[in-house]
Design a protein. Sequence first.
Length: 104
Amino acid sequence: MGHLQYMSPKQRHKFLAEKHEAGLRARRGKGVSYLSDLEFKKLELKGYRCYVFEYGKMETRFLHVAKGQVKEMRKNGCYARVVANPCYNIKGCKTYSVLWRRRK
């Protein structure tokens, strides 16, 4: 395909649709949500608790560590999910926590 101005309307439509789909795939999220205080309270009422990592904190800076822990907990019969915590001290920095509860 050439430049947009040299394309037929059908070619232009196809090209722009493919470009839009590629852009959506590139910006696809990591499956991690930010929780408001209200949403966190709802999860607490359902029985979810924060996981404490082996170094004694309830959060980690590394997403792959949190996802690995979720995978391990799901193998052991728990519901688990990763949530993002904004770090207010450093702009653009996030920490991740794992919320979990036992299956009945």
